[in-house]
Ligand binder design. Structure first.
Ligand code: FAD
Length: 500
């Protein structure tokens, strides 16, 4: 409530925020979490909390009147649909050279993501977080994160016969035929539940085109894991539909935090200001970066370092699809949960880790779709725009060319071996590469650059960053396990040293 004082405020309920809240509560602290998006617990008129990808409605997107699908064309024609404007679960945030997809709601990105829970290879860790000692990460914090997130592995015998993974088996066969390594990828989606979906003994979710607009069943998103455990301590209160706008030192100590309570049309219904002794920024790479560059530029937190807003990368994301031969059908029933990756990271000429993605059209398409994570050296910078009062990102679409070059090393070879071609009708008219959007924003407040080596904003004691903005642009694999493990490491240190 307006005027309240509190010991700890966490901004955002994604991975970083959820870890902070749980561990602080277990250490005896009372924690308030504020979240811009909704609490996704109430079913709509169709009896479901979330809509699926084939029939999107207002629940799908954050305040848009038309969907903005990653695959926005089909057979070369625009494929978006009209929807009612609502505080939906997936935000496609447009910057000049890239649109960045993010989850909105209690659970952040865990509500909309593919659940792929990948621990990077230890040999690559020094390139991900150079100032962090890999030993304890791999002995303690990655295992702790995997346990907290309820990561599980697919039953490979079942996989071989499941209709819903025909597309993935085709992906493996073709990777092998071209000499590429592949790996099964762990997930937070409950694979035992998926077996029941395939057997038609439980309501379908992953097998009913549900993922980027939320899963009604099966997925252990953060609201079912870390956040449920945090609430279970009785010490954590989650306040949805509140957008934090300013953070500044308060008279008499602590920080004054202003926020707008919004309705489902995005309109402010009440402005509130509270005072917190300690504040954790966990609004995600984009959200935290935007908040910090704004506070610095508008004089609320003028002593933040100049590096705030820099070091942003897209995890080398690029998407592409291939059209298979008639004997390589990919299946009309596809699980929306990816479970296989082609691992070409060891190729020093162009490292890439490409997940074999579902393309749930409900019909046979003979298409193979991939989301590649690549080694792209380009980094963007967020800056405050005093004209608009917003925050710009200087990333340019052309900066994704190194990612395309990495991905081509895999898919040119597969096309040549299979006698197949790229599809050019999915990401625009005659456009092969999905190079102008990202699922994996990382950086903007890099660990040991803009913060100390544990996420403290040192000019302001009691302010911390604990989300994907700490990671300098690339994790070599899908990022959320690394975000979670780093948060586990940092919060342990912060609790030991800063909370007495
Ligand atoms: P987030 O999870 O983004 O959480 C930040 C939260 O803060 C959000 O809930 C947001 O609404 C809230 N917020 C923002 N600004 C404010 C504000 N001003 N006031 C209050 N609240 C605010 N990663 C994987 O590892 N595997 C995958 O399979 C995978 N698939 C993905 C698929 C899609 C479609 C998308 C979009 C992402 C995917 N990701 C995946 C990426 C992953 O979800 C993100 O890396 C992760 O969620 C980032 O965690 P975070 O804690 O940094 O922030």
């Amino acid at each position: 409530n307006d005027g309240d004082t509190m010991p700890v405020l966490v901004i955002g309920t994604g991975y970083g925020g959820a870890v902070a809240a749980l561990r602080l509560a277990q250490a005896g602290q009372n924690v308030i979490m504020v979240e811009k998006g909704m609490s996704w617990t109430q079913p709509g008129s169709d009896g479901k909390v979330f809509c699926n990808m084939l029939n999107p409605d207002g629940r799908s997107y954050w305040l848009r009147t038309e969907t903005d699908q990653p695959i926005n064309h089909f057979m070369g024609a625009p494929y978006n649909k009209s929807i009612s404007s609502y505080t939906g679960v997936l935000d496609s945030e447009q910057f000049s050279g890239i649109r960045i997809y993010q989850g909105r709601g209690v659970g952040g990105g865990s509500l909309v993501n593919g659940g792929m829970a990948v621990t990077p290879k230890q040999e690559n860790f020094a390139s991900i977080l150079p100032s962090v000692d890999a030993g304890p990460m791999y002995s303690t914090y990655y295992p702790r994160a995997n346990a907290g997130l309820k990561v599980n592995n697919i039953d490979q015998t079942w996989f071989q016969g499941a209709d819903c993974y025909q597309f993935a088996r085709v992906g493996i066969k073709q990777a092998q035929r071209s000499g590429f390594a592949y790996t099964f990828v762990p997930n937070v989606y409950d694979f035992n539940y998926m077996k029941q979906e395939q057997a038609s003994t439980a309501p379908r979710s992953a097998l009913d085109a549900e993922v980027i607009y939320g899963n009604n069943y099966g997925k252990n998103s953060l609201d079912k894991t870390y956040l449920a455990a945090a609430s279970g301590t009785g010490k954590v209160t989650i306040v949805p539909q509140h957008v934090v706008t300013t953070v500044a030192p308060a008279n008499g100590g602590g920080y004054s935090v202003s926020m707008n309570q919004i309705d489902t049309s995005g309109n402010t219904v009440k402005a509130k200001t509270v005072t917190a002794q300690k504040v954790f920024f966990a609004a995600g790479s984009v959200g935290t970066s935007k908040l910090l560059v704004t506070q610095k530029a508008t004089g609320k937190l003028p002593n933040l370092p100049d590096s705030v807003g820099t070091g942003w990368g897209n995890n080398g994301n690029v998407m592409v699809a291939r059209q298979n031969q008639a004997w390589d059908a990919t299946g009309s029933l596809q699980s929306c949960i990816p479970c296989v990756g082609i691992d070409n990271w060891a190729d020093s000429g162009g490292p890439a880790f490409a997940e074999v993605s579902p393309f749930p059209a409900g019909i046979e398409t003979f298409a193979s779709l991939y989301l590649a994570i690549t080694k792209n050296p380009n980094r963007g910078t967020f800056t405050y725009n005093s004209g608009t009062g917003g925050v710009d990102l200087n990333w340019q679409t052309a900066w994704n060319q190194p990612s395309i070059d990495c991905a081509k090393r895999i898919f040119d070879k597969i096309n040549s071996k299979e006698g197949t071609i790229y599809r050019t009708d999915l990401f625009g008219e005659y456009k092969t590469w999905g190079d102008d959007f990202a699922y994996h924003p990382l950086g903007g407040c890099v660990l040991n650059v803009s913060t100390d080596n544990y996420g403290r904003l040192t000019p302001y004691p009691g302010l911390y960053v604990i989300d994907g903005s700490l990671i300098p642009g690339l994790t070599t694999v899908n990022p959320f396990v690394t975000i979670t493990a780093l948060a586990e490491r940092n919060i342990e240190k912060i609790i030991a040293e800063d909370f007495h």
